[in-house]
Design a binder for this molecule. Structure first.
Ligand code: NAI
Length: 448
């Protein structure tokens, strides 16, 4: 058995960033990866989809994807070639709470990510049905694309494939798309996408996927129910984008004494350490909060999608940094509740902090301020007049609580507000910050 300081399972954004950070701080790291380094984000997620978003045609998108992805992957490989890091190109399997494969360490981080969750309806195994990875692997543009689920993945692909020329129909269970987004913003975004030619079937439950032979070849239909009516849509390709599930299979978690939560995630405490209610073998469970280094006999942590907290690449990254800080005994002030997110549709949408509806539900005193892109000089000059900003703050232009934006460069604008919220700044202080003219960022200070 070879001993090391830290074992990491999974070389996605959570795992490889944690490895690099730990190595830089002098820890000896062993990182297990059974597939390509870079995880979902780099190989079949954020990065390939962004090449689609920024390409003019399907062919160009595929070509750029095959250049960009290997380039970034070799960047990650070079990061992992640090003398303090050993990359083991196999799946990490627990032998006991301190041992993975041939290595043993006091601290272990599980960063194995997630995979698409398919819905249990008849016909889901039809060859026409793909998940996001399958859609990115298509070599020809589908004439008719049906998307099940109007969450982040469904909306991003609906937007991109509509622009490439596919006829796109979306079927969504809920009344509105993007449940995590402010409902007002989500509705406006959907209307924009409808204007671009995408058909949305909201409040609709998929019943089955059926194929039948016809004189013109095989025809595949998605059958769904909408307010008591049985409807159907024909499609050449069907994308299932109904959420993702944690990757825990094959880890042999039982050997480490780790129990999954009923939803399949690995339960963790506020420091991403495996929760006391799923104790490590023989552990004293009376301790609620994980202690700092020195008091720790041994610890297993879970970061990123596998703990189900915030299924975002950048969330996995900061969680990993925080865990390494805990191991090193370094205090940090990362505010995990201030977690920005973006949806790369056309137009883009992004948010940080609670929506107006969530603030109302929680009974938080707040005021809401809005502005529109059409009144912004730069937006007009760019021809990007569709967009809206919603800032929520404590009463009397007090501490900023959230920003929900749709329109060009929404993610960059939300990033600015994220900095203000993280530092506890007020709306008044945001207004008093000089903004370059003419820029889109002026929409933030133009709120009513
Ligand atoms: P999601 O949870 O965002 O959305 C799934 C949608 O499918 C929901 O609106 C749900 O109501 C709907 N749905 C579920 N079952 C259904 C059914 N039987 N019929 C019709 N609709 C149904 O999940 P999604 O889009 O698959 O994304 C997975 C994760 O990946 C999310 O946590 C997301 O945040 C993350 N992600 C983030 C991106 C970003 O930050 N830009 C990009 C892509 C994914």
């Amino acid at each position: 058995m070879k001993e090391t300081d830290l074992i990491i399972i999974g070389a996605g954004p959570g795992g490889y960033k944690a490895a690099a950070y730990a190595a830089k701080h002098g820890l000896k790291v062993v990182i297990f990866e059974g597939a390509e380094v870079g995880g979902t984000c780099l190989n079949v997620g954020c990065i390939p989809t962004k090449t689609y978003v920024h390409s003019g045609s399907f062919t160009e998108a595929r070509e750029r994807m095959t250049q960009v992805v290997p380039q970034l992957r070799s960047g990650v490989e070079s990061i992992l070639s640090h003398p303090n890091i050993s990359l083991v190109r196999e799946k990490g399997v627990f032998v006991d709470a301190n041992t993975v494969g041939d290595y043993t360490a006091k601290n272990i981080i599980i960063a194995t990510g997630s995979t698409s969750k398919l819905i249990p309806v008849p016909g889901i195994d039809s060859p026409e049905v793909v998940d996001s990875t399958g859609l990115l692997n298509l070599e020809t543009l589908p004439k008719r694309l049906c998307i099940i689920g109007a969450g982040v993945i469904g909306m991003e692909f609906a937007s991109v494939f509509n622009r490439f020329g596919s006829e796109v129909t979306v079927i969504e269970f809920l009344k509105e798309c993007l449940p995590a987004l402010d409902s007002d913003i989500a509705k406006r975004l959907r209307k924009q996408m409808e204007k671009a030619g995408i058909t949305f079937n909201m409040s609709s439950g998929v019943k089955a996927i059926v194929s039948e032979a016809s004189p013109s070849g095989k025809r595949t239909k998605v059958l769904f129910e909408q307010k008591g009516k049985e409807l159907s849509v024909e499609a050449d390709v069907i994308l299932v984008a109904t959420g993702r599930k944690p990757n825990t299979e094959g880890l042999n978690l039982e050997a480490a004494g780790i129990t999954l939560a009923p939803n399949g995630t690995i339960p963790v405490d506020e420091n991403f350490r495996i929760l006391p209610n799923s104790p490590l073998k023989g552990e004293d469970t009376s301790q609620k909060v994980s202690p700092l280094r020195g008091d720790l006999e041994r610890s297993v942590f879970a970061i990123g999608d596998v703990n189900g907290r915030q299924m975002l690449a950048h969330a996995a990254e900061v969680q990993g940094i925080h865990v390494v800080n805990r191991i090193l005994g370094i205090e940090d002030n990362i505010r995990f509740e201030v977690m920005p997110a973006a949806i790369f549709t056309n137009p883009e949408a992004a948010c940080v902090g609670p929506s107006e509806d969530q603030l109302k539900e929680a009974g938080t005193p707040f005021e809401c301020h809005k502005s529109f892109y059409r009144a912004n000089g730069k937006a007009l000059a760019m021809g990007e007049t569709e967009g809206m900003v919603k800032l929520c703050c404590e009463p009397k232009e007090g501490r900023l609580l959230s920003a929900h934006i749709f329109g060009a460069h929404a993610a960059d604008l939300v990033q600015e507000v994220t900095a203000y919220i993280t530092l506890g700044a007020t709306l008044r202080q945001l207004r008093e910050t000089v903004h370059i003219h003419p820029t889109l960022s002026e929409v933030l200070i133009e709120v009513n």
